[in-house]
Unconditional design. Sequence first.
Length: 506
Amino acid sequence: MRTKLFAALFLCSSLVGLASAAPPTLPPLFPAGVQRGSAVELAVPAKLFSGSKSLTVEPAKDKGKFILTAAADAVPGTYWLRSFNDDGGSNLRPFIVGMLPEAMEKEPNDDPKQAHALPENCVVNGKLAKSGDVDCFSMVAKKGQTLVASVEANRTLKSPMDSVVQIVSPDGFVLDENHDLRGIDPQAMFPVPKDGTYVVRVFAFPSQPDTTIRHSGADSYIYRLTITTGGFLDYTVPLATAAKTVEARGWNIPTDVKSIPVNDGVAFHPKFANPFRVKSESKATTHLIAKPGDEVKSPFAWKKGQTVNIEAASRSFGLAVDPVIRVIFSDGVQVARAEPPKLHSDTTLSYTPPADGMYTVAVSDLYAGGGPRHAFSLRIAPPEPDFELTLAADRFVVPPGKPLDVPVKIVRKAGFAKPIEIAPEGLPAGITFAIKKAEKPNPNIVTVSLSAEKAAPGGAFRLIGRVKDEPSRLTHAPIADFDDTTADLWVSASDSGTAPVPKKKK
């Protein structure tokens, strides 16, 4: 997630004469992205806010529509947009800045013989708009190339679709198919056997299974389909690093690209169709389970009573390992074991050696898998004192004349006990801030009070946690309906009531 708060872009709504009664709701954006250095037209319900200098907004000719432009030097990846009016800010929606030229799906294209013809490398913004909808796209490919067809829908956009991608011949014969390579989003990698035209076919089922027995569709079934025979990043080596360059792993990797630069935590290169987010980390190593059933082993000399945290991550990078961690003592006896807490997730294990000696950390796949996509990041280090600041929601509406109390939760790690000062950054005009003193202080909760004398349109702000002689921390809140968080908060003063708090996941 990339947001830089103080480059807010405000655009007046073209809807004139309609009185606001509540903060707006921002529906899924379509199209859901744009190529860097290009522009796209969007329809939004009210004014528009972006927290990045890389995105600019201008009115379009038609009322209620706006032109969003991504800067040529924009770092590719996911940005977050918010709509707002005088009564408050909307929910956040993802918007993707990509590398390739973009196209809009053209109907009719349900049949391979009616396939929407595309250039060699592009991203299609598509929608399975109704029940039974199928989308077909054709592209010319040459023998020896690998045709990559990758769907981005549920994992990033949270489109309620469980899609399938097929590579078929022009007469509809299925040559390759994939269902769930990245979460429930599919990706096919097809070695082209001969020169010719090939068709990529996309259809879907509901992400929440029901009694439907046919292909599903709805206005919310929005997707982005990357089709390319050029370079396509699967992951980087290392997966997590503080270095400025990484090596590419994937398909159609150009022989003259030895390394890829990392900019703002994102690895990308003009000869690749997609970026890859690299975790900023100096204590992790990257490993590969090369063959099914293999186990990667790393020896360590540990001291008695010195706790170590072991983290094996693969699924969070979109890769294939469900990590099993084992700790083995020098005599060959297993002394600890951990596996993913849920299907397709990463694994952590905290272990305190009972004696000095040599220990081995062994990582394998829960389902005994192995191969080129079975890479994982391994971090083994003593727990370090630290803290996190969290909120229950990312937007607030303050009733004029009545303070709104907002609890900030402090998550203290590894015995961190220093006092933390909470302060606002960029608080909009008309909104005041104070720390509410508690009768019984709780070291894990700080309550901040937001107030306003009269109605105010508000705007974006952040809450900063400062500790003497320590780096400051941003306060994060969950993004409603998404598996992500944001430090970019929104506050306004209005009688419309408070903004909704995200529902807790079951």
